[in-house]
Design a protein around this ligand. Structure first.
Ligand SMILES: Cc1cc2nc3c(=O)[nH]c(=O)nc-3n(C[C@H](O)[C@H](O)[C@H](O)COP(=O)(O)O)c2cc1C
Length: 227
């Protein structure tokens, strides 16, 4: 909150829609026509009528400028992550703009909530954020449901494969640090803890990931629990 206000980042622009529109126009002009430009914003800066008007003004402008769609997170900036993402304002937005592509965001923790949010609001689509950290299978599960089948949980082998792939990608990101492997093992601990939720022995595996501090310890957890 402090940073976005001080440095005029992200949600700050919901307080200054004319400036936001200026930026969006510049982006739309700079990007080749064939490439869609999309916008992501919270549902308002706060719950005052003035900020509601700002949101609507900016939201309409996005489509007038030629943005392909807007994704709206159902929390205000002021709310940070406190309290739920409200779906009613998203539903009202869809009801008022039936011909526009509108995406929603907020509190999608499992695959069923994707369909619940779309069912309730009528949104074109939803964006999955914290709910896919440690659960990349949520997208596969959504496709399975769309095809009319029951979603499957990932097998142990699939979980291991993704843990290893995630580790390798993190290692590449940390390549320029003093001890890339140690750094990556430490970074991956928090993801391991999230991934553990899919394991049949979730509590035990979670505890093991909590103690990971070195590459050897990371490998030991995989060797012991993901075979
Ligand atoms: C690690 C992380 C990074 C994010 N980065 C962005 C971002 O770059 N741009 C953006 O519009 N929202 C970003 N968000 C916000 C999410 O897209 C989403 O709107 C918000 O987390 C609410 O959805 P959720 O309750 O399903 O997590 C980020 C969220 C997280 C957790």
């Amino acid at each position: 909150m402090k940073k976005i206000s001080k440095k005029s980042r992200g949600g700050h622009w919901l307080k200054e829609p004319a400036g936001a529109i200026h930026i969006l126009k510049a982006v739309r002009d700079a990007v080749p026509d064939a490439i869609p430009v999309t916008v992501k914003m919270r549902r308002a800066f706060d719950d005052t009528p003035e900020m509601q008007r700002n949101f609507e003004y900016l939201f309409d402008a996005c489509y007038d400028i030629g943005c392909a769609w807007v994704t709206v997170h159902g929390r205000t900036v002021e709310q940070k992550y406190l309290g739920p993402s409200r779906w009613e304002p998203l539903k009202r937005l869809v009801d008022k703009n039936p011909d526009r592509l509108i995406f929603g965001s907020g509190d999608i923790w499992d695959v069923n909530q994707i369909f619940r949010m779309i069912g309730y609001t009528g949104l074109t689509g939803v964006s999955v954020a914290r709910g896919c950290i440690g659960n990349p299978w949520i997208f596969r599960q959504a496709r399975t449901i769309l095809a009319g089948n029951d979603p499957q949980s990932p097998t142990i082998a699939e979980q291991r494969e993704v843990l290893e792939q995630h580790f390798d990608l993190a290692l590449a990101v940390n390549a320029n640090t003093r001890d890339p492997e140690l750094m990556t093992a430490k970074n991956m601990r928090k993801f391991g803890i999230k991934f553990a939720a899919h394991h049949p022995k979730a509590d035990e595996v979670k505890k093991q990931f909590i103690y990971v501090k070195t590459l050897e310890e990371w490998r030991e957890v995989l060797e012991r629990w993901y075979v």
